[in-house]
Design a binder for this molecule. Structure first.
Ligand code: NCD
Ligand code: ZN
Length: 345
């Protein structure tokens, strides 16, 4: 049995770091595991300008400290009225790596999101022209669409037609949760890819709802039925380069999760690589972890691969039930469980 696993240092292609005290608490967990991360812009107010992104990047760098070489990759939050020139200039200046599309009302802090994708045609045209990736929260928000169908309907109604109108646009379908999305991305051309979270590879809706409602398993897009989880697990075993790591680690204080109206988001940053390793080992494809975690993402984004490595060892990791620093009380993914792998510090 393999006792250690050394892979090229990975990156996280979808991450929520928040701000203020929460940022100071959570950023070091990611910086310990990953060299780079695509940082989501859904702050209050959202990150819609170059100045806001540059200032946020400085706060992130301060939060991880001067000894860390962690590199935050910033995103612009698309609104109905965002200026295409600002977006393009931010990309050309190296402040924005990509733009994030939140359909208005789809998830946490998405109220300022896009109300109709056609309203941002000018931005999308510009992004396609300059090769700037569009990162998509792929869920429709119509009240008449069941929450478990929202991703599939988004593909049919929004993403498919948008890709037809902008065939050159580079798109990452974020945190996919369905067999439909796996098929959609596989069938698409070389300009579309997808991220897969550690939790969607492990949980289905039963884990959230059977035997009691488990708020720490609740995130968006919500975990679906088992066959969809199986489709995600299956695609990572193939080593298909269109699929790569994005944790969507999304911390909320425990009281905001354990509430009559609990927030969506799973805080996986402290155990992300260990969780992926656990899954890949279960699937008997540990040799595919490096491509998924460290190579497919940068190749899709057109960024250099990291040159250094990280080592996981099979010494076991007891995940704490709570991470309560005084700054915030958080419940991590895998809280209270024992995982087989541990990232060597
Ligand atoms: C994210 C958050 O809390 O910011 N929540 C989540 O459940 N994933 C937003 C998002 O990515 O949808
Ligand atoms: Zn997210």
């Amino acid at each position: 049995m393999t006792e250690t696993l050394t892979i090229r240092r990975p990156d996280d292609w979808h991450l929520h770091l928040r701000d203020g005290e929460m940022l100071k608490l959570v950023a070091p967990y990611t910086a310990r595991q990953f060299k780079r991360a695509i940082v989501m812009p859904n702050l209050v107010p959202p990150v819609t300008t170059i100045a806001a992104a540059a200032a946020y990047r400085e706060r992130i760098r301060a939060a991880v400290g001067p000894d860390s070489d962690f590199e935050p990759l910033m995103t612009a939050y698309l609104t109905d009225t965002i200026d295409p020139d600002e977006v393009a200039k931010g990309f050309e200046d190296g402040v924005f790596t990509a733009c994030k599309l939140y359909p208005a009302g789809a998830t946490t802090n998405s109220d300022s999101g896009v109300t109709d994708i056609r309203k941002i045609d000018a931005v999308l045209a510009r992004m396609a022209e300059i090769g700037m990736p569009l990162l998509v929260h792929g869920e429709v928000v119509s009240a008449d669409i069941d929450i478990f169908d929202r991703e599939k309907v988004f593909l049919e109604r929004i993403l498919g037609p948008t890709l037809d109108r902008f065939p050159d646009l580079k798109v990452v379908l974020e945190h996919i949760t369905t067999a439909d999305s796996v098929e959609f991305v596989k069938a698409g051309g070389s300009k579309i890819a997808a991220t897969i979270t550690a939790h969607h590879l492990r949980i289905d809706r039963n884990d959230m709802l059977v035997g009691g409602i488990r708020p720490h398993m609740y995130c968006l897009p919500v975990a679906k039925r088992r066959q969809h989880k199986e489709a995600l697990r299956e695609i990572v075993t193939t080593g298909d380069p269109k699929f790569f790591l994005g944790t969507d680690s999304a911390p909320h204080e425990r009281h905001a999760k354990e509430s009559a109206c609990g927030c969506a988001g799973i805080f996986s940053a402290p155990v992300a690589l260990e969780s992926y390793a656990e899954t890949f080992e279960e699937l008997d494809c540990l040799e595919k972890l490096e491509g998924f975690a460290s190579e497919h993402g940068p190749r899709f984004y057109g960024l250099p691969l990291n040159e250094d490595t990280v080592t996981l060892e099979r010494s076991g990791l007891d995940v704490p039930a709570a991470i309560d620093s005084g700054r915030a009380d958080l419940t991590p993914f895998h809280a209270g469980e024992r995982l087989s792998w541990r990232l060597r510090s």
